[in-house]
Design a protein around this ligand. Structure first.
Ligand code: D2G
Length: 494
């Protein structure tokens, strides 16, 4: 009796010590998170944040708590990184630890951790590697894709000529051409510009992308668990995403019916062949869900980011006619009027190169980056981020880091030029992010931006219905994405 009583007491003591130790460890961990405002249960720091201006709200907080701080977006605990130093130390110097994917609640509604963009760990690794090699096989970074872009630029010129100088919204002119380049890779063919289904896909991408930049889109980032069940504009974004997925499924089924394993026609075929090869592997990441969602990732990311950047770029060039004139001069001098621009020309066109960089810097497509997540307990700047903590690399704060750009708020190509007018690299140019999860479409995007911009400007002058001083270039909305204001313009042949 005495012995068992002693045993029980000893066991209880052990248990108590273990519980205490775990609580103590958690408190220690808690105490070692970066500083930040005290959070309320469930709503977190909602009351201190303005969902209309999430980026600005977080930057304001960093004035008080420093470049690395903790904030609660509703129930989500997020560590925010501001400025070049913090972002680079995390994403590059501790690349492996910061290589997990955080959530993007709107897109997560569809992707649920599948597909190359919104996955982590082994899945992300496998899909990313496959996507990169397969995109290369289909010409990315090679002559063949350059020719495809040049050809598409030619079709775009024709549709712009057909507007006969009328004032038009350039959105779908640009997105049709940009989308056709990635479409050639993932679907093996371009769409006809008159294709109604194509236009509807483009509307769905534009709609869901723009939603992520709205106040409701940012509110959804905090309260998705509740809002996904409530009526509101988020439901339209879900419909758009579902419509896109349905189309991908259709395309995959078409390819399956006509597949020749010996000669893949496009990205979908290559994935189907890899699926067959890995049929026996129970842990394979090459299955239907990842195929459909990775295809949608490439199609979406390959369409919306470049076309939004060009749309912002045209507006900026109309706001700054002196810059537009210098690009015209350089195109005229280096390329002339009698041949199409080629990617090689870029090396001899520092001014144009600087303008494109400045458009991307000022345009700040994804201001808070795609969220990351630490893959293990991570020591960072004397803080401790527990495994799974979400991280926002504030790319916008790097693109506007005053240590790297003299007048970060202004649009000025001089940010990328030296005294001699030569192109000047800048380490804080990170629109494609950095580290293990940087955008692997970067090379394709840059080729598209250069060839489309120069081909269009070789043939047209831009005209706005407003005089430059009346053009407002501040974004229409900023959230996950930065959306330029709506506008019309005229393309004047020259
Ligand atoms: C994206 C959106 C929906 C589906 N897949 C990708 C997306 C938007 C912006 C980017 O990806 C940035 N490039 C990774």
């Amino acid at each position: 009796m005495l012995a068992s009583g002693l045993l029980l007491a000893a066991l209880l003591a052990c248990l108590t010590v273990m519980v205490l130790m775990s609580v103590w460890q958690q408190r220690k961990l808690w105490g070692k998170l970066p500083p930040g405002p005290v959070a309320l249960p469930f709503i977190g720091n909602y009351l201190q944040l303005n969902t209309e201006h999430m980026y600005n709200s977080l930057m304001k907080m960093s004035e008080r708590y420093g470049p690395v701080f903790t904030v609660h977006l509703g129930p989500r605990r997020v560590v925010v990184l501001c400025g070049y130093d913090a972002v680079k130390e995390a994403l590059v110097d501790q690349a492996e630890e910061f290589s997990g994917r955080g959530s993007q609640a709107t897109f997560e509604w569809l992707f649920k951790g599948y597909g190359v963009v919104f996955s982590s760990g082994e899945r992300a690794k496998q899909l990313r590697r496959f996507a990169i090699t397969t995109l290369r096989d289909f010409g990315m970074g090679k002559r063949s894709i350059e020719e495809r872009i040049q050809e598409e630029a030619g079709f775009l010129l024709q549709t712009l000529r057909d507007t006969h100088g009328a004032f038009i919204d350039p959105t779908f002119f640009l997105s049709r051409s940009v989308s056709n380049i990635i479409s050639s890779i993932v679907f093996g063919d371009r769409f006809d510009y008159e294709d109604k289904q194509f236009l509807s896909l483009l509307r769905m991408m534009l709609g869901s992308f723009q939603f992520t930049a709205t106040s409701m889109g940012q509110l959804y980032e905090m309260f998705s668990s509740v809002m996904k069940h409530l009526p509101g504009p988020q439901q339209q974004a879900f419909k758009d995403l579902q419509g896109l997925e349905d189309f991908m499924v259709e395309k995959v089924e078409q390819n399956q019916r006509t597949l020749d394993p010996k000669s893949p026609r496009d990205f979908i075929d290559s994935f189907l062949i890899r699926m067959q090869k890995e049929q026996e592997n129970p842990n394979t990441e090459f299955h239907m869900k990842n195929l459909v969602r990775t295809t949608l990732n490439l199609f979406f990311a390959g369409t919306e980011t470049v076309s939004t950047t060009l749309r912002y770029g045209f507006l900026l060039l109309m706001k700054h006619p002196d810059v537009e004139a210098k690009v015209h001069e350089e195109i005229n001098r280096v390329i002339g009027k009698n041949r199409q621009p080629k990617f090689e020309d870029r090396a001899k066109m520092p001014y144009t190169e600087a303008v494109i960089h400045e458009i991307q810097r000022f345009g700040d497509m994804i201001p808070m980056g795609l969220a990351r997540r630490v893959t293990k307990d991570t020591e960072f700047r004397n803080f401790l981020l527990p495994k799974g903590t979400e991280v926002f690399p504030m790319l916008g704060s790097v693109l506007k880091d005053p240590k790297f750009f003299s007048n970060p708020k202004d649009f000025n190509p001089q940010h990328f030029l030296d005294e001699k007018g030569q192109f000047k690299k800048n380490d804080a140019f990170v629109p494609f992010s950095i580290g293990k999860r940087y955008c692997f479409g970067e090379g394709l995007a840059r080729m598209e931006l250069f060839l489309l911009l120069t081909t269009i400007m070789q043939n047209f002058r831009f005209k706005s219905p407003h005089s430059p001083k009346d053009i407002d270039v501040s974004p229409k909305s900023v959230g996950f994405a930065t959306i330029p204001p709506n506008y019309t313009m005229s393309f004047q042949p020259h």
